[in-house]
Ligand binder design. Structure first.
Ligand code: ZN
Ligand code: ZN
Length: 985
């Protein structure tokens, strides 16, 4: 007997309870497989009936500093639906969670704290600072994972990692040393994007460009004669950053530019300095642009750097790490780059060397983290030679001769984007001038100037034996460690070592114990799927593909054979999800103030309703316009389910009172209906089968929207609106009826029991169908249904409804009996719907039973007529439409008012009695309405007359208000007219 559900559905109470239960019971933990057989089975290698394939995904690790936003909630909802669905389909599901140490973001956050305490990282020193970050992480880090726990994500919390954990740090070190041994890591001077605030190099991908209205300053450089004296002639160059001229080492012209042929081989005086610089000839220079002469600053511009390389020019870096002009800037040393710009322009003008200033709109790069203007700057960095890693990563995604792909990217349009980016990829700058991160395992020797790279911290230089060595101060780019995750979370390279969360013990770093327990790796690598956003396709996805293919290639397959490309990829499929935008399809942003906080919405409507909203709008390649009205609608859906459950429980209880019990064996499987079962039973089971088939197919194709909408239509439309109304009629619990024999009573009870059994089993199956989408409410009701004795620990561990009617080509074809039930029920529904509409039109009071006629003409009505003539079906129409139905096989007589449908017409001969009006009450009602409309209209008009409101409110709000005012005006006029036309009392 089910236990009572509270009258009102309160998501907060049930969700907190189950979220805590799922974590506490470790329901979604996937332990390391114990034997080789099991491993083989997980990989789907065995075809036996017990074989299970594993389905593994990695959670894109959020920054340890992060909080959950709508994008996360969307990503997690899609992933969780897939995980719960796969788990219920019988796969061994593993979803691995973790957080990223997020070098720049975390360091910046802790640095800000220090500033507010009047301290700084420089004052603290490196060691104390890193310790402080670890402390910060312990107290505040990983909030987002706690939010995920509350939202019920079915991840394996036993496997939670942090990218700075010891085990993962070992993998980072091994990867670096190995790439270095393979000659794929080098150190060199290069132009990098430098953030003067963060004081580190940042990746191209971390630079955001904004259009900026700036200037183009035109400067005259004097041409020197043979004696090194001013010849009187000048060349004009133009620049958007005049301060960089302090580092100019040449002016370049096109070799065939006729304007300058006579200046080949000449030198120029660099204004504001004592330096002479050459004129160089370079075909890269465009003759059409400006004067055709360009200043060359190799240390501060990537194109100039390339010219410098070609002409062997010196590179003069004129700025320090914080953006101040350094000693190379002579008189300008110590000035901030913008102060220097001002002074330089003024000085040039004073010397008559400023040829002009033009307005110039151009793109300026900003640091994605702190929004400071990025400075292209020459510095010494560590790089990964991108080939042959990139080629392998291209081969992994490109279709082979047979059209097979080792990695499939969905939607397919992103495959091209990925391949294009990968074929233009440059060497990867992996060093960052930060303190928080994996410190590069390289030691510089003060004696021989060579570098020692080692797995274990060395005591001496490996080249000359000198002990005067110091470790590199740079750390690795955060994406270096996250790129390794697919291999490192499953134990590479130190297979068999348990995870030790927390700060790495330096003495353990890089110690290889040679153990070869690869159970996790064998079972779970390659992972099955990656669900992620487009924004990290290059940052993260591409790097995982490069590293996964490279480092796993040496790890043999479980059977000892060599791992080919198709098994060394980090995942077999990448699903790129869409963006969540606001209701007006605008990107959510803090500046626009249109950010929707998922936690707030969840508090208001419950997690289930928010998940369902996201799922119902999620299809590949389509952005979501998140609309709170839909969440309200799905909250109502949850209510509907709750009320259906309460109705069912009441009936189960009443049945129990007269000794009717549903056989537990009827639950947990896919219901079927016998050919002689009543129509509604055959029909609802048929509908359930086609719903299950469609949902499974939709999920296999990432059509979350189709899956959610199919379930919604079934549950609300078919089950609640129709089936519940009909089954009410079948559940007859009266102890005895007048003149009934014992055997008649038994038969009646048997019918009731059969109806109740179908009701319960269809409902229970619907809960399982819905569970991946709305895990909380289904868990609560499912547990209540079994009254504390469920067959397993959670509905999430039961089986997902599968229909045997899914054809080979995924077409859904029910059997004949079910097809017939669907057809028959369709006819009955249209007759009832038509009768109900006609009743309403004719003003028949709700409760009154009236006589009605269905007319079927000879030619088109035989099908309808056949069903109506059938006793049971006619009775159904009578009950649900409150009519006494008769059938006439003729065209309706012309005098009769009819409602015409396809295949039949209905007539209800009913005259509504004259209504007597209570004039006083009517007057009072209208007066109240008029007052209400007047107030509403005045409000709207006041807002619409307020210029500052009009300036600030979004267009759709203003439009809505105008529409609302117009409607209110109409209602007001109508009410006034009605009041005037009332007869005197
Ligand atoms: Zn910055
Ligand atoms: Zn040395």
């Amino acid at each position: 007997m089910p236990h009572d559900l509270p009258k009102a559905y309160d998501p907060t109470a049930i969700e907190d309870h189950w979220a805590e239960y799922w974590v506490r019971e470790k329901l979604f933990a996937q332990p390391t497989p114990s034997s080789a057989t099991e491993t083989a089975q997980r990989r789907g290698a065995s075809s036996g009936p017990d074989a299970q394939s594993s389905f593994t995904i990695l959670l894109p690790p959020p920054n340890v500093t992060g909080n959950l936003h709508m994008g996360h909630m969307f990503e997690h909802t899609e992933s969780d639906i897939l995980m719960r669905w796969r788990r219920m389909c019988g796969d061994r599901v593993l979803w691995v969670p973790g957080t990223d140490h997020a070098g720049i973001a975390t360091q910046m956050l802790v640095e800000r704290q220090l500033v507010s305490e009047g301290s700084s990282r420089q004052q603290m020193g490196r060691e104390a600072f890193v310790e402080r970050v670890w402390k910060w992480r312990q107290h505040y880090g990983g909030n987002i994972l706690n939010q995920m726990k509350r939202l019920g994500a079915s991840v394996d919390w036993q496997r939670e990692y942090f990218t700075m954990d010891e085990r993962l740090s070992v993998a980072v070190r091994e990867a670096f040393v190995r790439l270095h041994e393979q000659g794929l890591i080098y150190r060199g001077a290069y132009i990098v994007n430098w953030c003067p605030r963060c004081q580190t190099a940042i990746s191209d991908l971390e630079v955001v460009y904004d259009e900026h209205k700036g200037h183009l300053w035109e400067i005259r450089y004097s041409v020197l004669d043979d004696l090194g004296q001013d010849s009187g002639e000048t060349i004009t160059v133009a620049t958007t950053r005049p301060e960089t001229m302090l580092g100019d080492t040449a002016v370049a012209i096109h070799p065939e530019d006729e304007r300058y042929l006579h200046l080949h081989g000449r030198k120029l005086h660099l204004p504001l300095t004592e330096r002479e610089i050459p004129i160089v000839l370079d075909e890269w220079v465009s003759r059409e642009f400006g004067t055709g002469a360009v200043k060359v600053t190799p240390a501060h511009d990537p194109n100039d750097f390339a010219i410098g390389q070609r002409h062997d020019l010196p590179s003069i870096n004129v700025m320090d790490a914080t953006g101040l002009i350094n000693a190379e800037g002579g008189a300008y040393a110590g000035l901030d780059r913008y102060a220097a710009r001002k002074k330089i322009v003024a000085d040039l003008e004073a010397q008559g060397l400023l040829a002009g200033i033009k307005d110039h709109t151009h793109n300026v790069g900003h640091c994605d983290r702190c929004k400071t203007v990025v400075e292209p700057r020459l510095s010494t960095q560590w790089f990964i030679k991108i080939q042959p890693l990139a080629d392998k990563a291209i081969a992994a995604v490109k279709p082979d001769a047979e059209g097979n792909k080792a990695i499939r990217i969905v939607p397919e349009q992103y495959e091209k984007v990925y391949l294009e980016w990968m074929s233009n990829i440059h060497d990867w700058c992996i060093s960052r001038q930060l303190w928080w991160g994996h410190r590069i395992p390289a030691w510089h020797c003060a004696s021989c100037r060579k570098v020692t790279v080692a797995r274990v911290d060395p005591a001496a230089c490996s080249h000359c034996g000198s002990e005067r060595i110091t470790q590199e101060t740079d750390v690795l780019d955060t994406w270096f460690s996250s790129g390794l995750l697919p291999v490192s979370v499953f134990g590479w390279p130190n297979f068999g070592k348990a995870n030790t969360p927390g700060a790495p013990d330096p003495s353990h770093l890089g110690t290889w114990d040679g153990s070869e327990n690869r159970a996790d790796f064998d079972a779970f690598y390659p992972t099955s799927l990656l669900v992620t956003g487009f924004d990290i396709l290059f940052f993260w996805v591409a790097r995982m593909i490069m590293f996964g293919c490279w480092f796993s290639a040496d790890v043999p397959l479980p059977d000892g054979s060599k791992r080919e490309l198709k098994n060394s990829v980090p995942f077999r499929e990448v699903y790129i999800h869409a963006l969540v935008r606001d209701a007006n399809r605008e990107k959510m942003s803090k500046t626009k103030g249109n950010v929707v906080d998922p936690i707030e919405i969840v508090k208001q409507y419950g997690t289930d309703a928010v998940r369902f909203t996201l799922a119902s709008m999620a299809s590949p390649g389509t952005d979501i316009a998140f609309n709170i009205a839909r969440t309200e609608g799905y909250r109502a859906f949850a209510n509907k389910i709750w009320n259906a459950a309460r109705f069912l429980f009441q009936n189960v209880d009443r049945a129990a009172e007269i000794g009717i019990f549903v056989d537990p064996a009827a639950l947990g499987a896919m219901p079927e209906a016998a050919d002689d079962a009543p129509l509604e039973a055959r029909w609802i089971v048929a509908e359930l089968h086609s719903t299950a088939a469609k949902v499974n197919e939709s999920l296999a194709n990432y059509r979350f929207d189709d899956a959610a909408n199919t379930i919604y239509q079934f549950f609300w439309g078919s089950f609640c609106d129709w089936y519940l109304e009909i089954v009410k009629l079948r559940l007859d619990f009266s102890e005895e009826q007048a003149g009934e024999s014992a055997s008649q009573r038994d038969r009646r009870f048997n019918d009731t029991k059969a109806a109740l059994t179908t009701f319960v089993s269809v409902f229970e199956t619907s809960l399982r169908l819905l569970s991946p989408f709305m895990p909380f409410i289904t868990e609560e009701i499912w547990n209540a249904l079994y009254d504390g004795n469920p067959p397993s620990k959670s509905i999430a561990l039961t089986s997902y409804p599968q229909s045997r009617y899914m054809g080979d080509k995924k077409t859904i074809r029910l059997n004949h009996a079910y097809d017939h039930a669907v057809l028959e029920m369709g006819v009955i529904q249209s007759v009832i719907t038509s009768l109900r509409a006609e009743r309403k039109d004719r003003g028949v009071p709700e409760k009154e039973v009236v006589s009605a006629t269905v007319y079927c003409s000879e030619q088109d009505g035989s099908l309808t007529a056949g069903y109506i003539a059938h006793d049971d079906d006619r009775k159904l129409c009578n009950s649900l439409a409150r009519v006494e139905l008769s059938l006439k096989m003729e065209n309706p007589p012309t005098a009769v008012k009819i409602r015409t449908e396809i295949g039949f017409s209905v007539a209800i001969p009913y005259e509504a009695p004259e209504r007597t009006i209570d004039v006083a009450a009517e007057r009072e009602r209208l007066t109240k309405d008029i007052a209400k409309y007047e107030k509403g209209l005045a409000n709207a008009e006041r807002q619409l007359g307020n210029p500052s409101f009009l300036a600030k409110a979004p267009a759709h709000v203003v439009e809505g208000l105008k529409k609302q005012a117009a409607e209110t005006r109409l209602l007001l006029e109508k009410a006034r007219r009605e009041l005037d036309s009332l007869p005197p009392e």
